[in-house]
Design a protein around this ligand. Structure first.
Ligand SMILES: [Zn+2]
Length: 496
């Protein structure tokens, strides 16, 4: 008996030692996958780019169709300025204009057999929320170059400097320099600049439909999306550039509970409002399953090796510690959003009067769909979880219903190119993949492409988050040379 016990104890000990050995070995083998690329030596005068970005920010290109829009005129004026500022670009590329100023440029390559690459940026900006104009350190359409204030150096101040005139200017700068160097692409390069990305993207939709009609199919596309996060990844000391491989889908569902109306002095056991509340409670207590897969798994596989030992051990051993990691990430709203389809009940309606029983109660729930789900699968699951035939679940009329984007390859040539361009232009940054939880114009062009990458070469700290679409949007002058180098590198490689 004693001997058996000792044997069991020994076996357990051996198993434990083996487990620790496996955990450690996996941690040690979990080494950096960052590619070595020589830093770009392209000479860029940050001050000059800042002046151009400032000039672009002075055009009040509020999205066509949005409240406060000044129509097509500011877009036309900005486009005239672009023609003046980037003459080679406009002399060489074919320019097509659609609607209120959507632009499509084609830089014809010498080998028509190669599928083109598409670069996407939007010309429009979101409005300044009424009453907040005075909160800006510098007026929102001043495009002023002035000290950043809370950190060293100068910034270009103004609406659209980050989202996303910086990228638009970067694309023009990169291409203009290549043209000046006598560069002629082998592969056709195209550029799409819409005027209403911020209000649904009708321009991108129309351009994508036209390209589809022409039978155009892209090798890959590059659009805004994830950024270079600085100090936002716990456990990582260096900035992390995230290439978005997919973006979440979107749907809004309407729940309508029914019951008999009447006087509230003789209520039934459960009213329509009670039924609706029960349905919402069932949904909130049974969230969509969380997991690390696809673009998010890719993110941790690439960024894990850059972390401290404890986190490296955890991410190297997701096979064992996956559920602990998921629980940790579920604790923060931004990390939780990466793990599953989120649901946000946003609107409620019951009876119109305090003493009248509602015949109908209505709730609206907004869903951001993880790439493993779809609009239809969300609708089906919600119906199942509500489990009440007196509650109708349906897609809200007039809302956007869009499946998530397919997950692009992190091993394809296009990804390697974007990755190399980041490493050359921002040598201090590590590169990883990611899932974009909002939407871009890529949602329309993505269907025409083998792969779509969502990356905006702009450094972003936690404090900068509120500036996008908010007050005091600004771009650091010191970050502009890297942005131009990025587009120069990626355009040159894409056209090769
Ligand atoms: Zn944008």
């Amino acid at each position: 008996m004693k001997r058996t016990l000792r044997r069991v104890a020994l076996a357990l000990l051996a198993a434990l030692v083996l487990l620790v050995a496996v955990l450690l070995a996996r941690t040690l083998m979990f080494t950096s996958v960052q590619v070595d690329v020589p830093p770009s030596t392209l000479a860029v005068d940050g001050r000059q780019i800042a002046e151009r970005l400032g000039a672009a920010a002075r055009f009040r290109t509020l999205s066509i169709g949005a409240a406060g829009s000044e129509g097509a005129a500011p877009f036309a004026a900005m486009q005239d300025w672009l023609v003046e500022t980037y003459p080679r670009f406009h002399q060489t590329l074919k320019r097509e204009a659609f609607g209120a100023g959507n632009l499509l440029f084609t830089w014809a390559g010498s080998d028509p057999a190669l599928k083109p690459v598409l670069f996407i940026a939007h010309q429009d900006v979101v409005p300044i929320e009424a009453g907040t104009e005075g909160d800006w350190t510098h007026p929102p359409f001043s495009g002023r170059i002035a000290p950043c204030g809370d950190e060293p150096g100068d910034c270009v101040w103004g609406r659209g400097t980050i989202d996303m005139k910086a990228a638009m200017i970067g694309l023009f700068e990169g291409a203009e320099r290549l043209l000046a160097q006598g560069y002629a692409p082998k592969r056709t390069l195209m550029f799409a600049f819409a005027v209403d990305e911020e209000v649904g993207g009708a321009g991108a939709k129309a351009m994508a439909a036209l390209l589809e009609e022409r039978g155009v199919r892209f090798e890959f596309t590059v659009d805004e999306g994830l950024l270079i996060t600085d100090g936002m990844m716990p456990g990582v000391d260096v900035p992390v550039a995230l290439i978005g491989l997919s973006e979440k889908g979107y749907t809004t569902l309407e729940l309508i509970a029914h019951s008999d109306g009447g006087h509230s002095s003789m209520p039934p056991a459960i009213t329509a409002v009670g039924r609706l509340a029960r349905a919402i409670d069932r949904l909130q207590s049974d969230p969509f399953p969380r997991a690390i897969d696809g673009a998010v798994a890719e993110m941790f596989d690439r960024i894990g090796p850059e972390m401290g030992f404890g986190q490296r051990l955890a991410f190297a051993n997701r096979w064992l510690l996956g559920s602990i990691i998921v629980d940790q990430l579920a604790g923060g709203t931004s990390t939780n959003a990466l793990l599953h389809t989120t649901q946000a009940p946003t609107m409620l309606q019951g009876s119109m009067q305090e003493n009248v029983l509602p015949q109908k109660a209505r709730a609206v729930i907004n869903y951001r769909i993880h790439p493993r789900d779809s609009v239809e699968s969300v609708l089906a699951r919600v119906t199942r979880v509500v489990a009440d035939d007196q509650v109708t679940v349906r897609k809200l009329d007039g809302a956007v219903h869009m499946d998530p984007a397919k997950v692009s390859s992190a091993d394809a040539e296009g990804h390697r190119l974007v990755e190399a361009a980041i490493r050359a232009s921002f040598p201090e940054a590590a590169v990883a993949s990611g899932l974009f939880i909002a939407a871009t114009d890529t949602r329309y062009f993505g269907r025409l492409a083998d792969n779509s990458y969502r990356f905006h070469p702009v450094r972003m700290t936690a404090k900068d988050g509120a500036r996008i679409h908010g007050t005091d949007e600004r771009m650091r002058v010191a970050d502009l040379p890297g942005l131009v180098r990025f587009y120069h590198h990626v355009l040159e490689g894409a056209g090769r």
